[in-house]
Design a protein. Structure first.
Length: 275
């Protein structure tokens, strides 16, 4: 297969010319990882299902590949030394990870760094089960690997409220809590892991505060300038019980520094313009 088109980045470290491939490099976390790698002078190749946007002159290579379909992967992985696997798909995570692993083996077994989620082995959400199976696929791959689990990102927690902004009330899960973490801090940690040796599963990473879901929803509404009643719903079932028991939390790994209100202050726009 042909190699992807290349725009060679400037190099700060002579002798280090193999790029780091970032799957899902245009997503929330992927963009932050790419920006941090480039700021450190590390050559980067962004992998996306879409072609490079016209006028994008950033100092990274670009590879069009689709993990769900298995297309373009050999070209995307050609010559890379590390893969940061940020791409995710609730329906195809396991299949996509298997295809990535197979392509990585063909490419010479680069270090595979995988981002995962705290609580995937105790909270029985279907998406969490797929993430756990993806972890097992990586662990059994024969590749050098590192896995970092984190709690939910600030933007995901905020989105759980903002998607309801047109409703007369905002619903939350009664008795549940979250420990949101700043995505740029997660990106910083992933770049540390890229620079290090393969480490297996590393200690989890969580945000600085364990907060009640109702409190987080109210804080988001205040930041948006919206007045809505927050209504907690107590749902039955194993998933709700696991969340009420704190299966999604890591209070002993509260290493993040950015609290939720600081994130909101930096990102808040008037309600009509909230992104």
């Amino acid at each position: 297969m042909d190699r992807p088109s290349v725009d060679k980045p400037s190099m700060d470290k002579p002798g280090v010319d193999e790029p780091v491939l970032v799957t899902g490099g245009t997503g929330t976390l992927g963009r932050a990882v790419v920006a941090r790698l480039l700021a450190d002078g590390v050559p980067v190749r962004v992998m996306s299902r879409r072609a490079r946007r016209a006028g994008d002159d950033a100092a990274y290579e670009w590879a069009v590949a689709d993990l769900a379909k298995g297309t373009g992967l050999d070209a995307a992985l050609a010559g890379v030394r590390t893969v940061v696997h940020c791409a995710t798909n609730a329906r195809n995570d396991v299949v996509a990870t298997r295809r990535l692993v197979e392509a990585a083996r063909r490419a010479g077994s680069p270090h595979l760094v995988y981002i995962s989620i705290v609580g995937i082995d105790v909270v029985p959400l279907p998406y969490y089960r797929s993430k756990r199976e993806a972890e097992r696929t990586i662990q059994a791959s024969g590749l050098p690997w590192t896995v970092l689990r984190t709690t939910q990102f600030h933007d995901l927690v905020a989105t759980m409220t903002t998607v309801q902004r047109r409703l007369p009330v905002v619903l939350t899960l009664s008795g549940t809590r979250a420990q949101p973490v700043e995505v740029t801090e997660v990106a910083d940690r992933l770049v540390e892991l890229v620079r290090g040796a393969p480490a297996g599963r590393v200690p989890d990473m969580a945000g600085p505060e364990v907060r009640d879901a109702r409190d987080l929803a109210a804080a988001t509404l205040r930041a948006m300038g919206l007045r809505r009643r927050v209504v907690p719903l107590r749902l039955p079932g194993r998933i709700a019980r696991a969340l009420r028991a704190g299966g999604n939390l890591a209070p002993d790994r509260a290493v993040g520094k950015v609290p939720f209100e600081q994130y909101l202050a930096a990102r808040t726009r008037p309600a009509a313009g909230w992104r």
